[in-house]
Ligand binder design. Structure first.
Ligand code: NDP
Length: 361
């Protein structure tokens, strides 16, 4: 019998107020033929996880009594890395020791163990399997645990809407966000140019150097993004090509600034709203430059397209394995049982302002 713990909530609210730990038993000797039991290796805290708990995110986990409670509870966490411990007699594509990630969002990844069917998971190579297949690198825990949201978001925004070639550019704000760092690298790998906007800070040059090392073509500050004078420098940088795509996760004036730099018929994809300000596109950009402003939501795009999901995951795994892509680092905390599981995640939520948090088991 495995004693499992999961972080759950019954009412929406701030994570510090509404999260609890539910402890339950999984009988690994009584699996149905298509079931598996997996232990969690790590799961991150993403902005969307927090918004789900607050009740302000459109996709939410169903409240369930499946964990053996009388009151329906919702499990927290959307992405995470699991290792298979036990499989039912009819499961052939997953074996004990394999690594896997949930096939769908809202699975509940802030937990020590998961009981599900084989269809609930995608198998991904564990480090021994990558090595046996002659790959240069095996996936790290962080790469596996953060595979499903940010890397495919960057990849799909850069490839699914506009075909960018060697002289083309994309512009993005939130250039040092996890998605932004993946976007910089994907552009480098696929051979087009990036212009990334970041917020000013005391160690600005250090951050610019880090992004340049990842392959950023140019990095500018929010002030430069909004400056008319600086526009001439950007025009000069991009004179041999066009800025065809803008990626916006900030909103407000920052978003208007990147939209202004788009070439005629350019498109801006809004995928986040970190400043909580609305997106305002000047009328002239619509009329005279035929700019399109559209939304991007990876959950929606991939929910009905498993082929695209599998293809995107495979591409990212291949880039990790051959060393072309590096993961955006997370700040790790460990669950060692010394405090309740939900308190570990509550602290991680609080610390999210310092960078992406990953709870490792
Ligand atoms: P991270 O936590 O890694 O980064 C957050 C970024 O937001 C940092 O670059 C930070 O800059 C910036 N930021 C925060 N507040 C502001 C502000 N007021 N003005 C300007 N910049 C700000 O985030 P992720 O990469 O995980 O996610 C980034 C965004 O993308 C989130 O909004 C997330 O919800 C969204 N997202 C959307 C997806 C979709 O499918 N639509 C999928 C994945 C992510 P600084 O370093 O200066 O603080």
């Amino acid at each position: 019998m495995i004693t499992a713990q999961a972080v759950v909530y019954s009412q929406h609210g701030e994570p510090k107020d509404v999260l609890t730990t539910h402890t339950y038993e999984i009988d690994e000797t009584k699996l149905e033929s298509n079931q598996i039991v997996a232990k969690t290796l790590a799961s991150p805290v993403n902005p969307s996880d927090i918004n789900q708990i607050q009740g302000v995110y459109p996709s939410k986990p169903e409240k369930t009594t499946d964990l053996g409670t009388t009151e329906p509870l919702a499990p927290c966490g959307n992405e995470g890395l699991f290792q298979v411990l036990h499989v039912g007699s009819g499961v052939s594509d997953l074996q004990p020791g394999d690594w896997c990630v949930p096939r769908n969002v809202n699975f509940g990844t802030w937990r020590t163990h998961a009981l599900g069917t084989a269809e609930d998971f995608f198998k991904i190579p564990n480090p021994e399997q990558s090595k046996a297949n002659g790959k240069r690198n095996g996936l790290s825990i962080n790469q596996g645990a953060t595979l499903c949201v940010n890397p495919p978001t960057a990849l799909l925004m850069l490839t699914h809407y506009v075909k960018l070639g060697p002289n083309d550019w994309f512009i993005q704000n939130g250039g040092n966000s996890a998605v932004g760092k993946y976007a910089i690298q994907v552009a480098r790998i696929l051979g087009f140019n990036s212009l990334s906007v970041i917020r000013d800070r005391p160690d600005l040059d250090k951050l610019k150097d880090q992004l340049t090392l990842l392959g950023a073509t140019k990095v500018i500050t929010e002030e430069e993004n909004l400056s008319k004078e600086f526009g001439a420098t950007i025009k000069d940088w991009t004179k041999d090509g066009e800025i065809k795509l803008a990626l916006n996760c900030v909103g407000g004036k920052n978003a208007t600034g990147i939209a202004r730099k788009l070439a005629k018929n350019g498109i801006m994809l809004t995928y986040g709203g970190m400043s909580f300000q609305p997106v305002i596109i000047p009328t002239s950009l619509h009329i005279f430059k035929n700019i399109t402003s559209a939304g991007f939501w990876v959950t929606e795009l991939l929910s009905s397209n498993f082929d695209l999901k599998q293809k995107s995951f495979n591409q990212i795994i291949e880039w990790y394995e051959d060393g072309q892509l590096v993961d955006s680092p997370s700040i790790e905390s460990s669950f060692d049982g010394s405090k309740p599981l939900h308190e570990v995640y509550q602290e991680a939520v609080l610390n999210s302002k310092n960078g992406k948090q990953l709870v490792v088991y």
